[in-house]
Design a protein around this ligand. Structure first.
Ligand code: BV8
Length: 232
């Protein structure tokens, strides 16, 4: 694509759907029979820490049983070969972008395979359950929680994201319903900064109106096609 040098890609649950990870919407807003607002909020965690730990233990276990799909592989290829700037901002808490080989990845909503210590704020790579309240490897406190951004909490590295959006010539949104902010607003920020905007999603989303171009289809088909266009 002519004069495209700096790209920001935003991914959502739809890019991992074909790897077998339920999206938020397809489960009817439920994950493992829980309303997300009941388990993905600090209040929910304070109210019933064991319920929330079990909810995330189940998802942490599940993401270790699945594989990246061709959409993740295509973005990793773009990451390896794209000479301009590229930032893959993901709302997903799985590690499928990394396992496909992408390196320029930013998890704005955190990661299932990381534990955050509420006592000393250290983060630790973590693949085991947290239900049994293991001690923080740093401070020894039994204060580990999932290292994910809950509703009402500040998404990670927002300054870095907005700096990338300001520099972007192209903003591509893949597999997201555009229901959760501030991620859902990035397309408007990018447009205001003069970027081209492209949406690749199974169906039209809440944000489709804001995109210059919106393509409907499965990510495993649309993303490799788009990457092939970009790499010429
Ligand atoms: C914040 C981590 C302040 C945890 C998640 C009222 C109005 C507007 C906003 C608000 C409001 N009240 C409160 C808010 C703010 C709130 C918010 O947006 N609420 C919503 C519900 C209205 N946001 C927050 O609280 C955020 N923090 O605002 O702090 C602030 C503000 C600005 C700047 C700095 C600070 C924090 C939100 C983070 C919550 N944590 N995840 C966990 O995972 O358990 S959210 C979680 O749900 C995901 O991370 C993701 O963001 C969201 C799900 O969205 P999607 O990824 O889009 O998935 P979804 O299932 O919805 O859609 C999938 C799409 O894929 C569909 O369109 C489908 O068609 C498509 N698809 C399916 N299959 C395929 C496919 N596409 C292609 N191929 C396929 N095969």
């Amino acid at each position: 694509m002519e004069s495209i040098r700096n790209i920001v890609v935003l991914t959502g649950a739809g890019i991992s759907a074909e790897s077998g990870i339920d999206t938020f919407r397809d489960a009817g807003g439920l994950w493992e029979q829980h309303r997300v607002e009941d388990v993905a909020t600090p209040e929910g965690f304070a109210r019933d820490p064991q319920l929330v730990q079990r909810f995330y233990d189940a998802r942490r276990e599940a993401v270790q049983q699945v594989e990246p799909n061709p959409a993740h592989d295509a973005l990793a290829l773009l990451d390896r070969q794209w000479e301009g700037e590229l930032l893959i901002v993901t709302q997903n808490v799985d590690d499928l972008h990394e396992r496909a080989g992408a390196s320029r990845v930013l998890h704005m909503h955190g990661e299932l395979l990381s534990a955050l210590c509420s006592a000393c704020e250290a983060r630790h790579k973590w693949s085991e359950p947290l239900l049994g309240q293991p001690a923080c490897p740093g401070c020894g406190e039994q204060a580990l929680r999932p290292d994910v951004v809950w509703f009402g909490e500040m998404p990670y590295e927002m300054d870095r994201i907005y700096a990338a959006l300001r520099r972007a010539d192209l903003f591509v949104s893949i597999g997201t319903s555009g229901a959760v902010y501030p991620a859902a607003g990035f397309v408007r920020d990018a447009r205001e900064m003069g970027a081209r905007t492209l949406e690749l999603n199974l169906e039209r989303s809440e944000g489709s109106y804001w995109f210059e171009e919106s393509r409907q289809g499965r990510a495993s088909k649309l993303v490799p096609e788009w990457v092939a266009e970009m790499l010429g």
